[in-house]
Design a protein around this ligand. Structure first.
Ligand SMILES: *Cc1c(COP(=O)(O)O)cnc(C)c1O
Length: 411
């Protein structure tokens, strides 16, 4: 039975027992005990599993779903997800180690991102994963490193398309970008390579992140497929795959509408037919991070102090911006809005109060909730920030002010 948390955001179903939040079937108080008194992140494996099943049911069977590890690289979580998706996308040497240790098949791991070091390229060659090349120089370095090792590296071409994913939280394509090779020069860059030494596997066309508009996602995916078909004419051989990115968003703020998967699923079915006609033998790949894990995580810290300043009630916690930059509004938001926040050990109250929840840092940016109604917080209470499973721990300046780092629990 799920509870209405009264947060005006469409969260996945959470249970409440004795007015205490239940996560992964366990009372929040018991999880907090396990974290040993530190602030912590908790990731609910059941919610991740349910999300992947939902995706798998919606998306045509012939399309592979990959997990973008940078959304949440916690090793235990990555291992769990790796068993349930077709492949992993990594963005650093360390993420590659985590992906391999998590049991992912190297043939289904790809490595994207600008500025890969020689060491990272060498690791990738040794592991036999696919390197998504971001520039002509990078291709030359991959070729040199492969030749030195006597290995024929697997490469895909990351393309910077001439279109963007409209209405995205973060645009990563169209116009000048540090990502990928501009679509119009891809044919000449391909023509300059020695494909005896490099094994061409496909194209990677990623356009942006955190999108809640299914029409915009459909449009970008259709454009990506059309571009891949066009570019394939100059490819050394038929691409084995076309990675058309993801960008699927999750609701964070009041008024955010949950992404409707059905129009996307329909469009993908049309695109699968197009691909089988035009690029027979190629498979389409979706790569998703936030959508898979974002809603499955919470961040929790303790109330340490409470004070009133000129009429505003400040609730001061032992965690904040240094643990969860995104919830403080400083990770790509233009207008700061509150993430869904409540007191986890007293979920509902007869008479909520309006408070401002801050962290322990010496900066006014350290804000977890700005004038939000909740059960009157008491010292020792657990402040819970929902929608924290992606771009939380690893996307935060943990070292700032040298406070202890939060625990991470996979429940
Ligand atoms: C960040 C990133 C992703 C994941 O984006 P989400 O919005 O978390 O789904 C996928 N692919 C690439 C290349 C990325 O850089």
């Amino acid at each position: 039975m799920t509870a209405d948390l009264n947060l005006h955001v469409d969260l996945p179903g959470y249970e409440v027992r004795d007015n205490c939040l239940v996560v992964g079937g366990r009372s929040l108080l018991s999880i907090a005990d396990e974290a040993g008194g530190r602030p912590f992140y908790a990731y609910d494996r059941q919610l991740i599993d349910a999300r992947i099943r939902e995706l798998r049911e919606a998306v045509p069977e012939s399309i592979d779903i990959h997990y973008a590890v940078k959304a949440n690289p916690m090793p235990e979580l990555v291992g769990f997800v790796a068993e349930r998706v077709a492949g992993l996308d990594v963005a650093s040497g360390r993420e590659l180690e985590i992906a391999l240790a998590g049991g992912a098949d190297p043939a289904e791991i790809s490595f994207a991102g600008p500025g890969k070091s020689d060491d990272e390229l060498a690791m990738s060659c040794d592991a036999g994963i696919t390197i998504n090349a971001e520039s002509a120089n990078e291709l030359a370095r991959i070729d040199r490193i492969g030749t030195e090792k006597g290995i024929r590296p697997n490469v895909a071409i990351r393309v910077n398309p001439d279109f963007a994913l409209k209405a995205s939280g973060m645009k990563m394509s169209g116009g000048p970008q540090q990502f990928g090779i501009d679509a119009e020069v891809v044919p000449s860059v391909i023509a300059e390579q020695n494909w005896e030494r490099l094994n061409f596997r496909g194209f990677h066309i990623f356009c942006g992140s955190q999108n809640l508009r299914s029409e915009a996602i459909c449009e970008a995916q259709s454009n990506a497929v059309a571009l891949a078909i066009e570019l394939s004419k100059s490819a050394p051989r038929r691409p084995e795959f076309v990675n058309i990115g993801g960008g699927f968003g999750i609701p964070y703020f009041p008024g955010d509408q949950r992404l409707d998967l059905s129009p996307i699923a329909h469009n993908l079915r049309v695109l699968t037919d197009t691909v089988s006609d035009e690029l027979e033998g190629s498979k389409l790949v979706l790569e998703l991070g936030r959508f898979i894990v974002g809603e499955a995580g919470i961040y929790v810290c303790h109330v340490v102090d409470k004070k009133v300043s000129r009429g505003t009630v400040f609730v001061v916690c032992d965690g904040g911006l240094h643990h969860h930059l995104a919830a403080s509004g400083n990770f790509g938001q233009i207008l700061r809005k509150n993430y869904p926040v409540l007191i986890g050990n007293r979920v509902s109250a007869e008479d909520p109060v309006t408070v401002t929840v801050v962290g322990p840092l010496c900066t006014p940016l350290d804000l977890l909730a700005d004038r939000m109604p909740m059960a009157d917080p008491q010292i020792g209470d657990l402040v819970v920030v929902f929608q924290s499973g992606a771009y939380g721990y690893s996307a935060s300046p943990i070292g700032f002010l040298s406070h202890p780092s939060p625990a991470e629990l996979f429940v």
